[in-house]
Design a protein. Sequence first.
Lengths: 329, 261
Amino acid sequence: MKRLLAFFADPTERLLAQIGPALWWLVVFFALPLGIMVVISLAQRGPYGIVQYHWGWDAYVQAAEAGARAAAAQAEEGAPVEVTPVPDRAGWARYVFQNYLRAFDQLYIPIYVRSIGFALITTVLCLLLGYPIAYFIAIKAPERLRSALLILVVIPFWTSFLVRTYAWILILRSDGLINRALMALGLPSQQLLYNDFAVLVGLVYGELPFMILPLYASIQKLDVSLLEAAQDLGATPRQAFFRVTVPLTRPGILAGVIFVFIPSIGAFVIPDLMGGSRSIMVGNLIQNQFLFTRDLPFGSAVCFLLTALVLVVLFGNALVAGEEWEEHP
Amino acid sequence: MSTRATWTDRLLQAEALFIYLFLWIPIVVLVAFSFNSSRQVVVWEHASLHWYEVLAKDAVLLGALERSLWVAFLTTVLAILIGTPAALALARREFRGKGAMSRLVDLPLVIPEIVMASSMVICFGLVGIRLSMTTVVIAHVAFSVSYLIITVRARLAGFDRSLEEAAMDLGANELTTFFRVTLPLILPGIISGALLVFTLSLDDYVITSFVAGVGSTTLPLQIYAMVKQGISPEINAVSTVLLALTITLVAISHLLQRRAH
């Protein structure tokens, strides 16, 4: 026992013992894999999906010459000849970063646009839908009911992700609840599933609590007397809302926007189960590369781009929120 | 107050009601139709526990449930063991690299799951580790320990050290002080964090789908496979069971935290 105590007597050793295991786990199983993935993103897919590393100048020249030979062979068949690239530094850079160049191919741009678009629409919808109810619970509802009202918002979220998605499939499919109700009323059935609409419904449904809770936290701190003062000074309720309430609840709005936007761009299950083949998002593209095409380097490159986007958004948010800090210390 | 104020109040109430309906109708549909005898999920026949009987005899699904619970349990225990000391150190001590470690802890919360999943499967493949329950637990701890650290750390934010100092003044050594004063006081935070980790692990699909080997099918993976095949009231039944389980866990944690005070 005394030896155990003696071991932990030295503050530095004790610190290492405290943070060591967690630090080790996060570095080895989280940070390191990410780093390795960046390295792999610069490799190429070999036969049967193995990863091949061709970074050397020689490898590049070989590939360029092979490309030139292929172009020459095409010329013999009468096809137009492409200008053979002279091996140079810029070409080498293009060769090494080919996965990233390919990631911006026309084929994939619509997927990125859709992912960002969906994330933006989801965020805006969540904000528009979430603010009134957050306001209602924080300010209009009787105080004793507030916890209960909040819990009622959160409980649906305690169902597993998949389960929630499945429930919406039950409701939206061609012979699901809504369409059966429509048909019973003599109305034509609608295509509500396996399209963009379904994905948006799924995304908004899943992310709404993440918007309502931070909004509530922020609105709850609002000093109602400020609103009364605004009204005394002649402001209409609308003016009071947009010029007093909204600016004061900005931290909550920002937090909610971040909590909704970031998971939405990386969404995978919802577009997979509810989106059909025409509504794929970045997450599905990545999974496709890893599970079916087995092009690990290319998938890694797309992963890196997605992560970069997320970090940029976070950085932007930090800047905006940071400004806040200086205005209202 | 003018009548205009009541008008907006009514509007707010209506909107709130609409949102509650939006949030709850899928849940009600899920649970209600699990008690439907018909194979066609949303066509009500009559009330019956038939699909729960099917669930009880479904060895594949029950096996997946058992594996999920086991993984969640192991993940939670490991997360508590390595996360609590780290949270203590981060909350109370100053050291070189603290900022960096703090940011490292925050990262798993923002990196998209699909990215984490891909990177982990690459690494396991590279090192030659076969995918199995072990890799699932490793991955689960990696992505969820941050939640525990952050929860406990937040709990420590307003921590009053005078109690610890008093204990030591009364003659207790560091270890005793830790176990008999500090630990009980941060226990609510640990319970919250543990519950969060347990739920996250139980529910996880994306990361698990990448790092689980054959024979390591967890419940979300099994449900996913079933949903891909088509709808079935059995899925309703297992979903209702899961929901009941989660609500119970949260209720217990809530009660435990109340009693801790």
